[in-house]
Design a protein around this ligand. Structure first.
Ligand code: SAM
Length: 221
């Protein structure tokens, strides 16, 4: 399989919600509320999955929000459509992927991801697209699990090759915040590490980034 290919297995989509029940009920809500806090205007979520963020976009709490989503896995996409239909939210979920977003430059006020960067072939390829579709004063909000420190981190390194096979290319060992901070496409404005989950997914980062001002540097000599 080449690095840019994504392989989807229907079992991952079918088991996703049952496996996530405890996380969604007790651990994720504060962070999903953070991602959706005060949204206004146009929003794009990349990697919608089964639609875990959808209840947080509910139009009763965010009346001015117009939400788009992209999701490449047909099984996830179908479940996301069903979740949208159950909620009072204006959301269009498109079959697509973060590396090739079917939107014009500077379309969105906000781009959101949760749990996407652990599984994409190249985080930077998605960040380039995020920076392109965000308005210059737009915000990119992220929430993802990352490699922990110490013994837990070493166990994640060892487990990742197997975990990727059963978990839709999910990497336990990614240092996602470092990748974001080193990217030429976004500038991290704020970020925090949180111990949220249980082994083997333990440490998360959440934060806000803005599109980097690339290509505007002027030569001074
Ligand atoms: C771990 S799930 C997270 C789903 C959801 N955001 C959540 O918080 O529950 C990751 C999702 O990203 C999707 N995905 C994987 N590669 C992608 C890509 N290159 N572009 C967009 N979505 C992708 C997967 O199909 C899956 O639905």
């Amino acid at each position: 399989m080449s690095k840019s290919e994504i392989r989807f297995h229907p079992t991952v989509a079918a088991l996703y919600d049952p496996v996530q029940i405890y996380f969604e009920r007790f651990q994720a809500p504060a962070h999903r509320t953070y991602l959706a806090d005060g949204l206004e205007g146009s929003v794009l979520e990349i990697g919608v999955g089964t639609g875990a963020m959808v209840p947080y976009y509910d139009s009763e709490s965010d009346p001015a929000v117009d939400v788009y989503g992209v999701e490449p896995d047909p099984g996830m996409w179908r479940r996301a459509q069903a979740t949208v239909a159950e909620h009072d939210v204006t959301m269009t979920v498109i079959s697509g992927r973060g590396e090739t977003l079917p939107f014009a430059d500077e379309t969105f006020d906000y781009v959101i991801e949760s749990g996407l960067f652990c599984s994409v072939p190249s985080i930077d390829a998605v960040l380039e697209e995020i920076a392109r579709v965000l308005k210059p004063d737009g915000e990119f909000r992220f929430f993802d699990h990352v490699r922990s420190e110490g013994l837990v981190g070493r166990s994640q390194d060892a487990l990742t090759p197997l975990w990727r096979q059963i978990g839709g290319n999910c990497h336990l060992d990614r240092t996602i915040l470092k990748t974001l901070e080193e990217s030429e496409f976004v500038r991290v404005e704020s970020a925090e590490r949180r111990q949220v989950g249980h082994w083997p997914i333990r440490t998360f980062v959440r934060g806000i980034a803005t599109p980097a001002d690339i290509g505007t540097d002027t030569e001074t000599n």
